[in-house]
Design a protein around this ligand. Sequence first.
Ligand SMILES: [Mn+2]
Length: 261
Amino acid sequence: MRFSFDLTDDLLFEEGKFLMIGGPCAVEDAEQTISTAKYLKKLGIPVLRGGAFKPRTSPDSFQGLGLNGLEILRQAKEETGMAIVTELMDTADLKELMSVSDIIQIGSRNCQNFPMLRKVGKAGKPVLLKRGFGNTIDEFLNAAKYITREGNNKVILVERGIRTFETSTRFTLEISAVPVIQERVDLPVIVDPSHPAGIARYVAPLSRASVAVGADGLMIEVHPDPPRAKSDSQQQLDFNQFKSLKDEIDRLLPVCNRIYL
Ligand SMILES: [Mn+2]
């Protein structure tokens, strides 16, 4: 078996299982996050994403609710029983973040923040490491090694698109990274189709391609009212869009030898 580890007491992630993670780009308020969590839970999605600390390209953009955002995620977890993944932006927040988050996310911009990688490695909780958008596969795998070297093998690798000369999409989803990485390391590889797409209508086709190429899961941005989202509004799926995508994945998984985690 390529990998097998616990995400929580109830969630064993192992080869053959398909991990679905959904939720808003950012935690904006309790209503927005908890209504999304409840909807996803109803569809059987086990893990809720949502940024409390947001790495925004411009300092003028919405920066996230910080610790208040963590409290909203704590409430969503209590109300739905979903596991939580949220991004760590500053290791000073690690303890607070770990009190809520079952999985620690390291974002694309911190993929090569080596002191941070060592610290989350030592912390021992599962880590979701997103590929830096300017990183080769070798650089990405070396970043993962900073975590596993600390004795933490609970690492989920995320292909989320790289920067190329192409500007029609936000980033270029490097679908070939999935089989290449799976051949090189015994870690799960999931795909985030939302950030490379940049536009909601491309999220479903990229998701289908990810299932077909053999990804071990998907992480998708879902918002109750995408046009009003405070970040990444163009690419977030509304509930109905997510439901139809989920129906398509339901049909594809058996063909691709995967069952939902
Ligand atoms: Mn986002």
